[in-house]
Unconditional design. Sequence first.
Length: 104
Amino acid sequence: MEKSFIKLFMLTMFITMTSCGGESDVVESGTYQGTISEVEPDRTEIYVETTDGNTLELYFSDETRLTRNGQTVEFSALEEGQRVEVEVENIEDRLIPISVDIQE
C-alpha cells in the first residue's frame, strides 16, 4: 500500500510541475526587463524571459500594477512577444509582481 501511495504522489507532482508552463527561475527582488513568452488569462499569470536569461513566472494579484505609457491597463492588454519591465518581490522564493509596465 505504501509503494502505491508514493507512486501516486510522484505522478501527481510530475503532472503538476509539467503542466504549469515550464521551468521558471527565482531571482532576487528587483526590476527586470524582458519579453512575455506566455500569457495564461485564466490564471492571470505570465512568463517573462528576462534579458539576462531567466524565466520569471508571475501570478498577478489585485495589488499588481499593470501599465502602458503611464496609464493603467487591464490584464487582457498583455500578449506574447511584448517587451515588459517588471518589478518583483521575492518572498520565500516566490516572486510577487509589484508592477508590470508594457514597453512600446
